[in-house]
Write a protein that binds this ligand. Structure first.
Ligand SMILES: [Zn+2]
Length: 377
């Protein structure tokens, strides 16, 4: 599972001696069968190899680059056979023994470049949108804690010690039924509390964004009473499950169903907010207005429909972006055509401290021009 430390390591990686190779690949097998994907990946690496070899100055740099390519190719070819992820990112600097991979939940542009620092913009955009989930499975005797992030699931067994058994030997309070009943109720409460406390410890360690509960409805009703307020506020969904019997793959599947519903609702709400605020002059939509707001630093949140690409123009002297002008309106210099102005807009948003959200599927953003921004004021 991708940890915050791993991402920090990547962000901090810079090297002047060797080049670091950054590779993003679309591996969506819904679009292409594995065999065709393998060939396409081979072609991409082949053409990058030709164009990048000139960039590596020294013999050592060239060798390091060569080994980066070999390692990436080997990894990708294996990953295509076994993966279910839609895309992949790999970063390699053989000279420094640096190697990281990320299995990504949605499609990215194919990119293969080498430079002294890793190319992290597409990854940062994806990571900024991913939510880390805590999943608690609970019944009156057992409890299990899971962490779910970007299509992976991990059980945290270390946080739940021996679960107190409510079946006490012989019964502390005598054998009459009311006492046994009272002991049972107290022990179940204690068990719920220890599971809830463990979930809160996990939250403090990993700062997950949302909580999902698995169990039976009436048990979960009782259990929720024991949750810390922070956790109750983060609860986004529940599913039916039995701790100890529902396996991790099933827990992941059920959690992902909830994740997709939560994400879709969130994205629909943002698209609605964009249209609503647009009417009041507090948001803009469409390429031209969005680019203007971004370059003026007025955008607080950039909304882009996933998969939206559009050619445009960029001014290399002042970085002004436009979708239909061949002379920079800001500095009168000639602009250069660029393949995808949306990608440049995302880069500009990052530089301007503007949050970026991708919206999947058909929402109100479609009619609004597939791109827009909420303004700061
Ligand atoms: Zn300019």
């Amino acid at each position: 599972m991708i940890t915050r430390q791993q991402v920090d390591q990547l962000l901090q990686f810079k090297n002047s001696q060797y080049l670091v190779t950054s590779c993003y690949l679309n591996l969506d097998r819904g679009q292409m069968p594995p065999q065709a994907l393998k060939i396409r990946v081979k072609d991409l690496l082949q053409s990058a190899r030709h164009s990048l070899h000139g960039k590596a100055g020294t013999h050592e740099q060239r060798q390091s680059l060569q080994r980066d390519f070999e390692r990436i190719e080997e990894y990708v070819q294996q990953d295509i056979l076994g993966n279910r992820h839609k895309a992949l990112a790999a970063f390699s600097c053989d000279g420094e023994k640096f190697w990281q991979t990320y299995q990504l939940p949605y499609v990215v542009h194919n990119v293969l470049i080498a430079d002294h620092a890793p190319y992290i913009r597409p990854l940062s955009v994806i990571l900024a949108q991913q939510r880390r989930y805590c999943v608690v499975l609970v019944d009156r005797v057992h409890g299990q804690l899971f962490e779910s992030y970007m299509g992976e699931i991990l059980e945290h067994k270390e946080l739940l010690g021996d679960v107190p058994r409510w079946v006490s030997e012989g019964g502390q309070g005598g054998r009459d039924e009311r006492n046994i009943e009272r002991c049972y109720v107290a022990a179940v409460h204690q068990h719920f509390q220890s599971v809830a406390d463990a979930a809160f410890r996990l939250f403090k360690q990993h700062q997950f964004d949302s909580l999902v509960l698995g169990g039976h409805r009436e048990v979960l009703m009782e259990f929720k009473e024991h949750l810390h307020t922070y956790l109750r506020e983060r609860l986004v969904g529940e599913f039916t499950a039995d701790p100890g019997r529902t396996n991790a793959a099933e827990v992941l599947r059920l959690t992902e169903e909830i994740e997709h519903r939560v994400a879709a609702e969130h994205e629909r709400r943002l698209a609605g907010e964009l249209v609503h605020k647009g009417a009041a002059g507090r948001a803009v939509s469409g390429m031209a207005a969005t680019l203007t707001a971004l370059s003026r630093g007025e955008a607080q949140l950039l909304l882009v429909e996933e998969g939206f690409e559009s050619p445009g123009y960029i001014c290399r002297s002042c970085q002004h972006l436009s979708h239909d002008v061949a002379t920079c309106p800001q500095c009168d210099q000639p602009t250069e055509p660029c393949v995808d102005i949306v990608d440049e807009a995302v880069g500009l948003a990052t530089a301007r401290n503007c949050r970026i959200e991708h919206v999947r599927g058909v929402t109100l953003l479609r009619e609004a021009g597939r791109i827009g921004a909420l303004l700061r004021y």
